[in-house]
Ligand binder design. Structure first.
Ligand code: ZN
Length: 300
């Protein structure tokens, strides 16, 4: 069952992208039922992994309980307005993606991992009927889980590709809005993984391509999708890898008539979406024969 269909059927409230609705439930309820629903769904996926078609790989499935536990802990912090809930102090969580271990630190990375390993991507998936709605849902749930501390990713990204005959998605977010020290620590962990995989060079720990004041490599929402794809080796044909980055503040803005619809004008695409930055234009091709046009906001 595609992840978004399962979610829609089981918990229509979580599909309410109306910001006013979220705030209403936060202000007027003793608790926020939508974010609790999302966490309850993660629990349900954990106990019924076949039903939700979690990737059939033992190390991935073994990681599920600890990811859900960590999300619950961070969510509890967020609900008590603890600002460390997105960038927690302490160790990152070691989590498997199809047999390769990664260090996941932020709440948004953990939720992105769940989206990346849960649900069979439909054979007829397109940006319009699956990939874009899925990344919008991811954005919304990150926003909802952290609503009490008014945090959300400034950029999210979805990458999609066939792994041999199976369609896959990977989702991630950038590292915006933590305190500088926490952000630097998280970015360094990401950079180290990129460097170990040959996707970043040592000098790029401090050198970057994004101009004065630009972000360093490891910051971007593309980071975990790139690392996950790289870990799959030659089971992925790089020319088939596609993706898009989305700006949640714009894509979930009030007044947009259908937030799940792929933006269909030049103006909307430039407002809601983002082309790979100058860092990603260097790092993405290191995966192999990547076609950067497959990541253009105008080719979605
Ligand atoms: Zn980038």
């Amino acid at each position: 069952m595609p992840i978004h269909q399962a979610f829609h059927r089981d918990m229509p409230d979580a599909f309410n992208l109306d910001r006013a609705g979220v705030w209403f439930s936060l202000c007027c309820g003793a608790f926020d039922p939508i974010s609790l629903q999302i966490v309850a769904l993660f629990d349900d996926i954990n106990t019924r992994r076949d039903h939700y078609e979690v990737i059939n790989d033992e190390p991935t499935r073994e990681s599920f309980p600890k990811v859900v536990e960590r999300i619950k802990t961070l969510h509890t912090h967020a609900r008590s307005r603890d600002l460390s809930s997105i960038f927690p102090e302490g160790a990152a969580l070691t989590v498997s993606y199809q047999g390769t271990n990664f260090e996941l630190e932020t709440l948004f990375d953990l939720v992105g991992w769940i989206f990346s390993v849960t649900g069979k991507t439909p054979d007829d998936a397109t940006p319009a009927n699956y990939y874009y709605p899925l990344v919008i849902l991811y954005s919304q749930w990150c926003r909802t889980l952290c609503a009490k501390i008014e945090k959300e990713p400034q950029m999210v990204q979805i990458t999609w590709f066939p792994q041999e005959s199976i369609k896959r998605v990977c989702l991630g977010s950038n590292l915006d809005r933590p305190k500088k020290l926490r952000k630097d620590a998280a970015r360094l962990k990401r950079f180290t993984m990129l460097h170990t995989d040959g996707l970043a060079e040592e000098a790029e720990l401090v050198d970057h391509y994004t101009g004065d004041g630009g972000q360093l490599i490891g910051h971007c929402a593309e980071t975990f999708p790139m690392l996950f794809v790289k870990s799959l080796g030659n089971t992925v044909t790089m020319t088939d890898v596609k993706g898009v980055a989305v700006k949640p503040f714009a894509a979930l803005a009030d007044g947009l008539p259908d937030k799940f619809a792929v933006p269909n004008t030049h103006e909307l695409r430039t407002t809601l979406l983002e082309d790979p930055c100058d860092n990603c234009k260097v790092v993405l091709p290191r995966l192999g024969h990547i076609n950067l046009d497959n990541f253009s906001i105008h080719n979605l």
